[in-house]
Design a protein around this ligand. Structure first.
Ligand SMILES: Nc1ncnc2c1ncn2[C@@H]1O[C@H](COP(=O)(O)OP(=O)(O)OP(=O)(O)O)[C@@H](O)[C@H]1O
Length: 689
């Protein structure tokens, strides 16, 4: 994912130098004189250790007394907290995404470890800085998220104690590859780790210090601050490096003792490299560009940012007040004095704003997951519907509908959010293009005055940033992705599909009920017809007619006997007194039935259609537009005789809205039937019982 970088904001800062002179130790007090004096919290005077100098030397300025002035100077009575007060503002910046470096520089036994780590009663700068960082985070009232991590590194004899590789990262600066970084929740946890790390540090007893550190210790604390608003996330990354350098005494002893000690070059390779860098950086300021040999040692590479790069840096030069340490003290102060000239360029480490796009991506991913989840849920519901539609209760459906309406409104909200994000992106693009236009104009105007001046360069730099932003926005396809997402959110509205399925299911359920009712009705009619037929046969057989006679009688009347099954002998014979029950026939899947009408004259029935959805409601008569088929087989169970209504010469009597059909029974004289031509329209049967 390409990154969009904010415009660079840089401020030049000067390396701050504080000098700290420790008290004489018990042992020193016996044999040494106190030769370092602090004046006005800034001045340092180092007296000539040679007391034999006569007055003449003094007035001829041949004395070795030295005077210096620094940003801050602390005497033996000052605590680490006093020192910290002067540098605390530098530490505060780390929480705002600025880099800071504090390193203690001085001869062995001068008090570097004491200053950086301290004691229980006089906590050092590492401890105090950590407390400040965690206090600031605790007191922060914004909704920003913080993440603090730390690493502790030891460089011993130019070798990383863990044999790690140094790499230059374009975003993070110099990093030690493979270095373990631990996320920490409190200052106490870091201090615990720090004590473990410090206790494992290589120390040796030297003439000047019983527990002289033989390695450089670097405690690095990184504070990641995530600032969010609706659709933007900005990450500020502040780094604080606290460095306790090794003592040099042993190195000098093992090498050319005495001689190199005097000129300050007899320190181990890292310190020599550091001194050279400080020298070069000092010259750089005074005489212009000079090569700075950072790469000569691992220590200087680690400190590169702190010395000239993006860091607000404090050098604490520690000195011993003992006259025996005169050369070390002067040497330290000489480099500290030079370091005052070093300039750094501080700038907030604002993480790539591609986190905007990352956020969009995350949002889109989440939506896609949500869409998948909804699709799956819908498929499950659909399969449930297919399996057991009858088991679905009205309550379930209601709650599911409520759920659906909630989901639908959420879906709408998501789409609104996506639209907003899209608008914001479009606005950014528009702003970028307007600024590009302005920059082009400004560059053109400025170039007319000076061809490649600083202003033109700055404007061109800014123009490049804007161009990158525009290109990155285009390349990332964030807008296209958002548009696709909105469209998908609209089209993949599974709820709508589900609602369709649900309504179809309900419709099918109703049709099913109608059909079941119809089947029940038909069963009832068939049953009644069979009953009537049995009665008819009983009656005819009771009259003494045999099967042959019956067939002849039926044929004479043009009646087809449908189901020739003689009832068992002995069945009771019964003649109904009035028409009742229903009869029906099927016509193109439409059911009609003849209902008994209590209030009609005896034997009079009316044929009515049986509308599917109104079976329980009042029946409607067949309309005249509803033709009956010319030949319709009707099996009325009253009279107890099956008749076929075919084309017939039997008259139909028109009576108002009805056709009157002469009673088949009457016509047959108690056993007759006939065929009639039924055209269309209403018709009533009239039976003469
Ligand atoms: N401000 C101080 N007050 C009291 N004692 C101090 C102070 N500074 C240093 N000392 C003492 O001086 C001695 C040497 O200090 P320290 O070990 O910090 O020196 P160093 O510069 O780290 O030495 P090395 O480079 O050899 O590691 C220790 O015994 C320490 O307790």
């Amino acid at each position: 994912m390409p990154s969009i970088r904010p415009p660079a904001w840089k401020q030049t800062a000067t390396l701050q130098v504080a000098v700290k002179c420790r008290p004489l130790t018990e042992a020193e007090r016996q044999q040494n004189r106190h030769i370092v004096h602090i004046t006005n919290n800034k001045g340092v005077i180092v007296l000539d250790p040679d007391l034999s100098k006569d007055y003449l030397d003094l007035i001829q300025n041949r004395t070795k007394e030295k005077r210096y002035s620094f940003d801050h100077a602390f005497g033996p009575e000052c605590t680490n907290t006093d020192v910290y007060k002067c540098i605390s503002s530098t530490i505060d910046g780390v929480v705002q995404g600025l880099n800071a470096t504090v390193f203690a520089y001085g001869a062995t036994g001068s008090g570097k470890t004491y200053t950086m780590v301290g004691t229980h009663n006089d906590p050092g700068l590492m401890v105090l800085s950590l407390h400040t960082i965690f206090d600031l985070i605790k007191k922060d009232e914004s909704s920003d998220e913080f993440e603090v991590s730390c690493s502790y590194l030891e460089v011993y004899n130019e070798v990383f104690f863990l044999h790690l590789e140094l790499r230059e990262d374009p975003e993070k600066g110099i990093v030690v590859a493979g270095l373990r970084t631990i996320k920490v929740q409190s200052a106490d946890k870091i201090l615990e780790l720090l004590n473990i790390g410090n206790s494992r540090r290589k120390t040796e007893s030297t003439e000047a210090n019983a527990t002289s550190s033989r390695s450089h210790a670097v405690l690095e604390i990184t504070v990641k601050r995530k600032q969010r608003n609706n659709y933007r996330t900005q990450v500020l990354r502040g780094k604080l490096a606290l460095v306790d350098l090794a003592g040099s005494e042993r190195a000098s002893e093992t090498q050319n003792a005495g001689q190199k000690l005097r000129d300050g070059a007899n320190i181990n390779r890292s310190l020599l490299a550091l001194a050279n860098c400080i020298n070069a950086l000092g010259k750089q300021h005074k005489k212009g560009l000079a090569y700075v040999p950072y790469r000569n040692s691992k220590l200087t590479r680690i400190l590169k940012d702190g010395l000239s790069g993006n860091s607000q840096t404090v050098m604490v030069a520690t000195v011993s007040p003992a006259d025996g340490q005169y050369h070390h003290t002067v040497n330290t102060l000489k480099y500290a004095d030079r370091a005052k000239e070093i300039k750094t360029h501080i700038q907030k480490n604002i993480g790539p704003i591609d986190t905007h796009i990352t956020d969009y991506e995350r949002m889109i991913d989440n939506l896609q997951v949500e869409v998948c989840r909804l699709k799956k849920e819908l498929a499950e519901k659909e399969s449930q519907l297919c399996k057991k539609p009858a088991e679905k209760t009205a309550d379930d459906e209601l709650s599911w509908l409520n759920f659906l309406s909630r989901e639908t409104s959420e879906n709408v909200q998501e789409r609104i959010n996506l639209q907003k994000a899209l608008l914001e992106l479009e606005e950014t693009n528009l702003r970028n293009r307007i600024e590009l236009q302005h920059l082009d104009d400004a560059i053109a105007k400025r170039q007319a005055v000076e061809k490649d001046g600083a202003v033109v360069q700055a404007l061109s730099l800014r123009r490049q940033v804007i161009l990158d932003n525009i290109r990155d926005n285009d390349e990332s396809g964030a807008m296209r992705q958002l548009q696709d997402m909105i469209e998908e959110a609209v089209s993949s509205n599974g709820n709508r599909t589900y609602l369709n399925i649900l309504s179809q299911y309900r419709l099918l359920g109703m049709t099913n009920t109608e059909l079941q009712f119809e089947i029940a009705m038909r069963d009832q009619i068939i049953h009644s017809q069979r009953e009537a037929q049995r009665n008819l046969w009983n009656m005819l057989l009771g009259l003494g007619l045999d099967q042959k006679q019956l067939m002849e009688l039926a044929a004479r009347q043009g009646v087809t006997i449908e189901d020739w099954t003689a009832p068992s002998v002995g069945t009771a014979m019964r003649l109904p007194s009035s028409p009742s029950g229903a009869f029906c026939w099927q016509e193109h899947h439409t059911s009609y039935c003849m209902m008994s009408q209590e209030k009609l004259a005896p034997g009079r029935c009316e044929l009515r259609p049986m509308p599917r959805r109104q079976q329980r409601q009042q029946q409607q008569p067949i309309s005249s537009s509803h033709p009956l088929p010319l030949s319709t087989r009707v099996s009325p169970f009253l009279p107890p005789l099956s008749v076929s209504l075919r084309r017939s010469k039997l008259p139909l009597y028109h009576a108002g809205s009805c056709f009157l059909l002469p009673s088949v029974l009457a016509a047959s004289g108690g056993g007759g039937g006939g065929s009639v031509t039924v055209k269309k329209g209403y018709f009533n049967f009239y039976f003469a019982p």
